[in-house]
Write a protein that binds this ligand. Structure first.
Ligand code: NAP
Length: 316
């Protein structure tokens, strides 16, 4: 079995930034980029124009940005393999990381497998239908696109994310509707008030979207009121899912401390997890900020923490 000083699981901004730093520190990282678990490169691979990543004043396409992250990580000697990690054994030293085809022994481990925005299986919302053609799960990433300008936009959800995304979208939309399945928002009081008082936001209570319709882009939705059973067609320029994220921690099988929602718990101000030598970075441990730049920053922290920890263990 190949033995590595550092194995990184995940190939989003967090994983690749950790790899750049670790490779430059001569840790010769081995990075599992994923295969069937989601696009290698993470959530930015399903985004179009990224306009808020510093250093790219004219914006950059998500997939191109991730290609650049990978190229930079490989340039300094990261070994990238396109396999999913099936399981890890953290009860042994070195740890054992089992991928689809390879098994690697690791002195230290960085988990940066991200989180997946939850989607609803609505007619018209699927890949090949209007997914990424007016239907998305990230208003901050996609909301400024020209197709959404001066159109009525629909945000599904009732939590802080739904409110935050709705407020963000008011900058571009003619009107923003929050479509919520209940008659009360889950969002914190202050956020809920922000939505309820906003002149451009209307909450559609006890409601859901039955169908998304359009041609090249989204043109309308069928809105169902669960209380009355009434279904009506409304003009729409876009639909945004804001029903929460699912952290990608299933493969850890209870070996690391997770919070109630399944996010990895790290010590405050550090990337250290509940097991010595295992570090976490990016959205897998962050349900608050969830931005490419914050993920990249935490990837850097994880690499520095791992480097320090390995040097204390005498692994250089
Ligand atoms: P969340 O709090 O879990 O809210 C998810 C919302 O989606 C809920 O309103 C839920 O409805 C709805 N939902 C879930 N499944 C659904 C389904 N199948 N069909 C229709 N609706 C569905 O998630 P979140 O808003 O992403 O927030 C996650 C965490 O991040 C929270 O702790 C939040 O406070 C935090 N956060 C904070 C900020 C901020 O402070 N600025 C911003 C964003 C997120 P029900 O209410 O009926 O369950």
């Amino acid at each position: 079995m190949e033995r590595r000083k550092l194995v990184i699981v995940g190939s989003g901004p967090a994983g690749y930034t950790a790899a750049v730093y670790a490779a430059r520190a001569n840790l010769e990282p081995f990075l599992y980029a994923g295969f069937m678990s989601g696009p290698a490169g993470g959530q930015l691979m399903t985004t179009t124009e990224v306009e808020n990543f510093p250093g790219f004043p004219k914006g950059i396409m998500g997939p191109e940005l991730m290609d650049r992250f990978r190229e930079q990580a490989e340039r300094f000697g990261t070994k990238v393999v396109f396999e999913d990690v099936v399981s890890v054994d953290l009860s042994k030293r070195p740890f054992v990381v089992t991928g689809g085809q390879t098994t690697v022994a690791a002195d230290a481990l960085i988990i940066s497998t991200g989180a997946t925005a939850k989607r609803l299986d609505i007619d018209g919302s699927r890949d090949g239908e209007f997914w990424q053609k007016g239907v998305t799960a990230c208003a901050v990433c996609d909301g400024a696109a020209p197709i959404f300008r001066n159109k009525p936009l629909f945000v599904i959800g009732g939590g802080d994310s739904a409110v935050e995304e709705a407020v963000f979208l008011t900058k571009y939309a003619s009107k923003v509707y929050i479509v919520h399945r209940r008659d009360q928002l889950r969002a914190s009081k202050i956020m809920a008030e922000r939505a309820l008082k906003h002149p451009k936001i209307e909450v559609l209570w006890n409601s859901g979207i039955d169908k998304i319709l359009g041609d090249q882009v989204v043109r309308s939705i069928m809105l169902k009121n669960f209380a009355t059973g009434e279904v009506k067609q409304l003009e729409a320029g876009g639909v945004f899912f804001a029903i929460g994220h699912q952290p990608n921690t299933q493969f850890l099988q209870g070996q690391l401390l997770l919070d109630a929602a399944g996010y990895l718990v790290v010590k405050q101000g550090s990337s250290a997890t509940s097991v010595d030598g295992v570090f976490a970075a990016g959205d897998v441990q962050d349900h608050v900020y969830r931005q490419a730049i914050t993920a990249a920053g935490s990837g850097c922290m994880a690499a520095l923490d791992a480097e320090k920890w390995l040097s204390i263990q005498g692994v250089e």
